[in-house]
Design a protein around this ligand. Sequence first.
Ligand SMILES: Nc1ncnc2c1ncn2[C@@H]1O[C@H](COP(=O)(O)OP(=O)(O)O)[C@@H](O)[C@H]1O
Ligand SMILES: N[C@@H](CCOP(=O)(O)O)C(=O)O
Length: 314
Amino acid sequence: MAVYTEVPAEALEQFLARYESGALLSAKGIAEGVSNSNFLIETETARYILTLYEKRIDLGELPWFIALMEHLADAGLPVPHPIRDREGAAIQQLVGKTACLIQYLPGVSVSVPTAAQARAAGAALARLHLAGASYTAERPNALGLSHWQASAAELGAGLDSIEPGLAAFVAERLETLAAHWPRNLPRGTVHADLFPDNVLMLGETVTGLIDFYFACTDLYAYDLAVLHAAWAFPKDGCAPLMDHARAIFEGYESVRPLSAAERAAFPLLGQGASLRFLLTRAQDWLAPPSDALVQRKDPLPFARRLAHYARLDG
Ligand SMILES: Nc1ncnc2c1ncn2[C@@H]1O[C@H](COP(=O)(O)OP(=O)(O)O)[C@@H](O)[C@H]1O
Ligand SMILES: N[C@@H](CCOP(=O)(O)O)C(=O)O
């Protein structure tokens, strides 16, 4: 349940008075999500999402994320516009938290995507890469190779308590990744977390790309590998769904064809993407944040995906 902070109706009414949004009609906490508190707000004129940023976001980086969303939305992507108040401010304070009112987009996050939906997600990611190329402010990926190395060292043998042998497997894969991680592939602004829960869909149409708070400057093909690791496997499975895997590439390449070097690097990139989610999930699994509401996600499906991409690399 991602409502960590309650907002009294009076405080919300005062907050909305800063905007041209019309008066408050209703506000409901949104159960999905893990990082921030989100509310669905209805006013006389429209629906909005109100996000209150909780401690997992570095507030100093918020202007970069908000400007990126605005850039992509202005480019015509299905990305929610951050809403500015009468004075032009998008980032606000509400009940002691940093907050942002965001355009509401229709659609639902699918929990078991079809191949056609995976294709649409792949195409949407490629559009995001093309539109993000003109967003030139850079943000290094804080969850890249050096983070994986530090995180694996910190977790150490704790990984074996999740599954015997996991620490050695991770250490071995990290050595390969450190030795061969591609540095010269095309790079730019990437989402870096485009899981099905961060894509809103109506049927096979992508109506929303949300949750940009891991976005950064990194390899486009790495972002595709994240999407592949998240969409091309059954929930806990180790073997990819071949139709989904093919559809993701077809969708992506219908918008932005990959180079031969990007394609050749894919088994390595898939290992990197799997490790990234394996390690952040393992951190939460072994040392759950003191905030008991944070949902722990099982790291093991990403250990299976890591093994899959490692076999492709072999
Ligand atoms: N702009 C939006 N339009 C419609 N629904 C949204 C929007 N932003 C977020 N949501 C809803 O809120 C949920 C949680 O948002 P998300 O950004 O994923 O939270 P978290 O960062 O905590 O994971 C989403 O699953 C979706 O249902
Ligand atoms: N997608 C990540 C966790 C990040 O959660 P999100 O709700 O902010 O996308 C994972 O599955 O481990």
